[in-house]
Design a protein around this ligand. Structure first.
Ligand SMILES: C[S@@+](CC[C@H](N)C(=O)[O-])C[C@H]1O[C@@H](n2cnc3c(N)ncnc32)[C@H](O)[C@@H]1O
Length: 251
């Protein structure tokens, strides 16, 4: 174990949470995975304990993707405490809107083959965090690459050759003008057998309605509901078109 820093001790075991101990116990357990540097350092970073190692994330404050958002912690906590049901070993995973890269790092540490994506401006800090936290620690070296929602999807991620077991997404729905492109991206990347794990931070009504639109296309199951953080974690799979549904043998 390489855990480090000054984290609070974890409150709420998986058993507590599974027994329905409630939002606050779970939220506290999730937030206790964060730690601050115990010494003054020249570089500003935040620490997180997941997959039995200390992870250092460098943030910058100028753009959305340069800050780590709490939804990423929620998703990482779920993955770290549900290895048995969601075993990522050798699974093909893509993260969209990866930002500073915590979800990419944790899924890589848990053994997945990860493609980490975001807008071009975000990629250098993302690559830096991913490399420094996964080098020599992971079974598969994660790949960092551009994916601008809705653009060149078939050219860059052809459906015949890119089959993902999981799509990871943390806090990708907010007041930006690319919600239709985001939906197209989920639809393109999600094929039969793909599971989407999506942590959604609820903010304003117009963007929150994305969930209803999403539900028209995907089966949606709520894994966590955390009102104190305004976050829900969803598991989703693609709905099959009516033409492919079997209604039993014809009379
Ligand atoms: C709120 S941040 C969340 C970052 C990270 N997932 C987290 O939870 O810390 C939203 C992310 O979506 C990315 N993003 C926004 N618009 C995008 C677009 N049109 N195409 C691809 N990524 C986009 C941003 O660059 C940013 O990294």
């Amino acid at each position: 174990m390489e855990l480090e820093g000054t984290a609070e001790s974890e409150t709420g075991t998986r058993a507590d949470v599974d027994a329905g101990a409630g939002d606050e116990v779970l939220a506290k357990a999730i937030m206790s995975r964060r730690f601050s540097p115990s010494l003054i350092t020249t570089e500003v970073w935040e620490g997180y304990n997941f997959a039995d190692v200390g992870i250092r994330i460098k943030e910058s404050t100028d753009i959305y993707g340069a800050v780590l958002w709490p939804s990423a912690l929620v998703l990482c906590y779920f993955l770290d405490t549900h290895h048995d049901e969601y075993n990522l070993l050798d699974k093909n995973v893509i993260e969209i809107g990866a930002g500073t890269g915590l979800v990419t790092i944790v899924t890589s540490l848990l053994g997945a083959v990860v493609t980490s994506t975001d807008l071009p401006d975000v990629l250098s800090n993302l690559q830096y965090n991913v490399s420094r936290n996964t080098r020599g620690r992971c079974r598969h070296v994660p790949r960092v690459t551009e994916l601008t929602w809705g653009q060149e999807l078939e050219e860059r991620f052809p459906r015949v050759s890119c089959h993902f077991d999981y799509i990871m997404a943390a806090d990708v729905v907010y007041g930006h003008p690319y919600l239709n492109e985001l939906m197209d991206t989920f639809e393109h990347l999600c094929q039969e057998g793909t599971v989407i794990l999506w942590a959604m931070r609820f903010r304003l009504a117009p963007e929150n309605s994305f969930v209803e639109r999403f539900e028209a296309r995907f089966h949606l199951e709520e894994l966590y509901d955390l009102p104190s953080l305004c976050i829900k974690l969803y598991r989703a799979t693609k709905k099959r078109p009516i033409s492919q549904l079997s209604f039993g043998a014809a009379a």
